[in-house]
Write a protein that binds this ligand. Structure first.
Ligand code: GLP
Length: 250
């Protein structure tokens, strides 16, 4: 692994297209890339700070700074006395507005979706409240199970104004990629989380037993001008996801 990382770091140092003058940011990207390429697997240990600084000719402060950033992002975890590991559970920082697809790709996993529903219809009273839409307006509905490779991780139901995304079949795997295509990817979101017990149907779809712990999440995503572009309700498997939030005093 150390060799793969050293090769990647050197490659980035030579690469003029992605040139990153700051060594700790270059190293951060190199570690991210080797995780993404699965040169190092979830649960495996990263070489020690000392080994990395020797192999790459970097100061330990630089190596520490690169690692700290990835711990904050949730890609690495540290256990006192045992070292630094590639995170096994999917640790999702709550303060960053990323998509399911991006979260999984960053961990070298292949995200995919299986749709139950991709339709256009008139907004329901509940959806019109969530999306700030007038009655009668058209919305796109997507209902899908989200997988990492063959493992189901979440069930999601998204509602998007059809004025933003007219055709639900534009969404293949990623809703945010489709929204980006229309320059309408949310820039801000409000999210509400609560613990739930998964019902029989949800449990069957997520390959867990009925009554397993799950996380129920509602996200309203906003554009710069304040319009709501997404109202998504998700049920995540509680045994795989960790949501972490950084808290600050005023
Ligand atoms: C997460 C969020 C959803 C959002 C989705 C977009 O799962 N909980 O609110 O719609 O990401 O992900 P993607 O672009 O992969 O469809």
């Amino acid at each position: 692994m150390q060799n793969a990382l050293a090769d990647e770091y050197r490659r980035l140092s030579r690469d003029t297209t992605t040139h990153q003058p700051l060594a700790y940011l270059r190293l951060r990207r190199a570690i991210r890339n080797v995780i993404q390429h699965r040169d190092i697997e979830p649960g495996q240990t990263l070489p020690s700070e000392r080994d990395l600084s020797q192999a790459l000719g970097l100061s330990r402060v630089t190596v520490r700074k690169a690692i700290a950033g990835l711990v904050e992002e949730g890609l690495l975890t540290q256990r006192h006395g045992a070292g630094t590991f590639v995170a096994e559970r999917i640790v999702k920082p709550m303060s960053r507005l990323t998509s399911f697809t991006e979260d999984l790709r960053a961990r070298g996993l292949h995200p995919r979706s299986e749709f139950f529903e991709r339709s256009v219809g008139e907004v329901t009273p509940e959806e019109s409240m969530a999306l700030n839409l007038s009655p009668g307006v058209l919305v796109v509905r997507l209902h899908r199970v989200r997988y990492a490779e063959d493992e189901p991780l979440a069930i999601e139901r998204s509602v998007v104004p059809a004025s933003v995304l007219p055709d639900p079949h534009e969404v293949h795997d990623s809703l945010y990629e489709a929204l980006e295509h229309h320059n309408c990817r949310p820039v801000r979101a409000l999210q509400r989380l609560r613990a739930v017990l998964l019902g029989a149907r949800q449990a069957r779809l997520l390959h867990v037993t009925t009554g397993s712990a799950g996380l129920h999440i509602e996200r309203r995503g906003f554009l710069d001008d304040g319009r709501v572009v997404e109202f998504t309700t998700s049920w995540y498997r509680g045994d795989i996801y960790d949501f972490v939030a950084e808290l600050q005093t005023d």
